[in-house]
Design a protein around this ligand. Structure first.
Ligand code: PRT
Ligand code: ZN
Length: 300
């Protein structure tokens, strides 16, 4: 049995937009999990890795304070904590090691539809409601605009209606919330997605090896998500054209076909989705017997 010190702890959002994606991703990396009675942990049954279930805002702190070795959290939260620490003259003790391609959103400035907005100069001497005071403050400094960030912990989008601010700076994904509140998106501060952060504390060799193994598996899982294995027959003379049409594939395997010299079999891993149009273009170029298969696991 591993002692708690030998086990890796990963901080994951307890309930929210990142929870299911984060747990699903780790399970697809081969981790089998059981929930603790107090529902604060998910214990790894088959690997010495446990998940600590917490509020997303606490994740950078837990990784920074070395309570957890890794954390999965939105880049927006990581950046806000990082920029706040730097503004307070402290050094962030976590590093970003991986982008996860889910939880996509952007931190944007928005304002009432009827605002006569003429670029960032219109932000001058205004109040901007946000939960992301540090990022906003740095952004305003960068563009040389004096404006006042007003801290709102939630429901930022109602601040202009309440007369508490002229603009807001909040996360946007589909834009539905802005539209429902009569707001329009004006400036983007950062594009965000879920990321893995790691403590900057040196890990023991065993722990570091385990972290590296998990990161390699994560990489594999992310790569296969869009990847397809494509098989086809191609006339030798069209091989160059057909290779150029294969989306996101580097070096396809080309094999002779029994009983014919002018045709070959081509197998390739395409690291992008393969659409019907691509297959039709390949057929047009002379390809036949086209087969597209999903890829389950990949290890570079
Ligand atoms: O309880 P806890 O503190 O853990 O959760 P939370 O309420 O702070 O976070 P949660 O679950 O809402 O979001 C977690 C993370 O998901 C965020 O930190 C982002 O990295 C990411 N994410 C992706 C989003 C959105 N998309 C998003 N649309 N987080 C919030 N929103 C909100 C936004 O604040 C606004 O209120 O959704 C609304 C806008 O959405 P649209 O689709 O109408 O534009
Ligand atoms: Zn939160």
């Amino acid at each position: 049995m591993d002692t708690p010190e030998q086990r890796i702890k990963i901080a994951v959002q307890k309930t929210g937009r990142l929870t299911d994606h984060s747990i699903d991703l780790l399970e697809r990396c081969g981790l089998k999990l059981t929930q603790s009675k107090d529902q604060l942990f998910l214990y790894g049954e088959n690997m010495p890795i446990d998940l600590l279930l917490v509020r997303d805002d606490d994740i950078p702190g837990l990784v920074s304070d070395d309570v957890c070795d890794l954390g999965i959290v939105g880049l927006n939260v990581v950046e806000e904590v990082r920029q706040k620490l730097l503004a307070d003259g402290r050094k962030p003790r976590f590093k970003q090691v991986f982008e996860l391609d889910f939880g996509h959103c952007r931190l944007a400035i928005a304002g009432p539809e009827d605002t006569d907005y003429r670029g960032v100069d219109s932000l001058k001497d205004t109040k901007i409601a946000t939960s992301y005071v540090s990022i906003l403050r740095n952004y305003l400094k960068e563009i040389g605009i004096e404006a006042e960030p007003v801290y709102f912990s939630g429901a930022v989008e109602i601040a202009p209606k309440l007369g508490k601010a002229d603009f807001i700076c909040d996360l946007v994904s589909t834009g539905t919330t802005l539209a429902a509140n009569g707001l329009v998106e004006l400036e983007t501060l950062i594009d965000s997605e879920a990321v893995v952060i790691q403590t900057q504390e040196a890990l023991t060799d065993e722990k570091q090896a385990l972290v590296d193994r998990m990161l390699q598996r994560l990489d594999g899982v992310l790569q296969v998500r869009e990847s397809k294995y494509i098989m086809l027959h191609a006339p030798r003379e069209s091989l160059a054209e057909i290779r150029a049409l294969l989306p996101g594939s580097e070096a396809p395997t080309v094999m002779p076909l029994d009983g014919t010299d002018d045709k070959v079999a081509v197998h390739a891993v395409c690291r992008e989705n393969v659409f019907w149009e691509t297959l039709e273009n390949l057929k047009q170029a002379g390809a036949s017997s086209l087969l597209v298969l999903p890829v389950e696991k990949m290890l570079a």
